[in-house]
Ligand binder design. Sequence first.
Ligand SMILES: Nc1nc2c(ncn2[C@@H]2O[C@H](COP(=O)(O)OP(=O)(O)OP(=O)(O)O)[C@@H](O)[C@H]2O)c(=O)[nH]1
Length: 374
Amino acid sequence: MGRRLPSRTRAGAPASRRRSPTCGRWRRDCPAPASTRLRTPSSRRLARWSGPMDERLPLIVVTGFLGSGKTTLIRRFVETPEGADSGIVVNEFGEAGVDHRLLVHASEAVELIDGGCLCCARRADVAKALHDLVRMAKTKGGFSRAILETSGLADPAPVIATLARDPWLKAHVRLASVVAVVDAVAGIGNLERRPEARRQVAIADTVVLTKGDLRAAQPRAALEAAIRAVSPDARILDSQDENFRPRDVLGGTESFAAPPSPFLADAPEHEADVASFTLPLDGRVDWPAFTVWLSALLHAHGDRILRVKGLLRTTSSDQPLAIHGVQHVMHPPTHLSGAEAGPSFLVFIASGIRKAEIERSLGRALRHLTMASA
Ligand SMILES: Nc1nc2c(ncn2[C@@H]2O[C@H](COP(=O)(O)OP(=O)(O)OP(=O)(O)O)[C@@H](O)[C@H]2O)c(=O)[nH]1
C-alpha cells in the first residue's frame, strides 16, 4: 500500500476550495496539471499512476510592451542558481540587438532574433531557435527550461499558435506560462493607447509589475484595475515586492491555460508608423552632455519615442554603457564589458517621428559635445 496522503490533501474541503501548493491560487483556478499540483512523495506516486510524466522542455514566453522590463526580469532569474539552467531566445524589434548582450553573462545559451516583429515576420526563426534549444538541451543535458522574450511590439498569440502547429515542437516543448511584464510608469498609458500592450496582457496567465520603485509609478490599485479590465483572471505579482521570487513566474513548473479575455478575439494590430532605426556613433561621447541631450529629447518627444537603447563608448568610463530610455524616462545605464560591446550605436523605436529629425537633433547636439577619438 502507498503511504497516506498528507492531511492537506485528505482534508474534507472540496478540491475546488483548496489552495494550490504550486501557485497559491484556489485549486479551481490553478492551471497546473494534476502531475505538478501535488509535490509530496506519495503524490508523486499518484502522478505516476495517472500517466507518464511530461518530459517536454517547459517554455515560458515573456511578453510586455517596449521597455517594460522583460530582459531585467529574465536576467534577475537566470543569475540565480535555480535559473542558471535556462536556454533563452530573445527577439528584438530594433535593427541591432542589445538585450542579448546583457543576458550572455548569465546564460550560456542565448539566441537573438533581431530586426523584425516576432508575430508577423519571424515566426519561422522562433521555431528554429526553439528547435536549436531543444537539441542543445538534449545533447548537453543543460537546460531545465526555455525562455522566449518576445519583442515589445509582438502579439504572443501567433507564437503560441506556431508551437501548436509544429508537430516536432509540440512533441518536445510544453508551454508552461505566458508572463506579461507591465511597467508601473508607462503601463496604464500603454494599455489605453497600444493594442499590442492589451493583447500581451490579455493572453498572459501571469502579469509581473515592474518599476514600482520609481517616483513616477502609478498606484498599484490603478494598475491592477487597468490589467483586470483586460485580463480578469491573470495572477498579478509585483517584482518590487520583498517576497517576489522570479522562479515563481519563470521556473516553468506550471502549465499554460489561456485566460478568458474579450481582447483575445481582436485581430493583431500594429501601428503602421512604428519604425526602428539605428544611429551609429563614432568616437567617445561626452557622457554628461549626452545625457542632457537624451533627457531633453525624451522629455519633449517621449510620447513618440517608444524606446531608445544602445551601446556607447564615453569619455567617463573605459567600460561601454548600455543606454535605456522608455518613453519619457531615461533609465540609469548599465556597464558592459568591452569585449561584448563593439562599436557605439543608438536604436530608436518611434511612432510618428523620423530618423532624419533625430539625426538632425543629435547632430546639432554633438557639435557641442566633446568628442574624443576612440
Ligand atoms: N527602477 C526600475 N527600473 C527597471 C525595472 N525593471 C526594468 N527597469 C529598467 O527599465 C529599462 C528597460 O528594461 P528592459 O529589461 O531592457 O526592458 P525590456 O522590456 O526588455 O525592453 P525591450 O526589449 O526593448 O522591449 C532598463 O533600464 C531597466 O534597468 C524596475 O523594476 N525598476
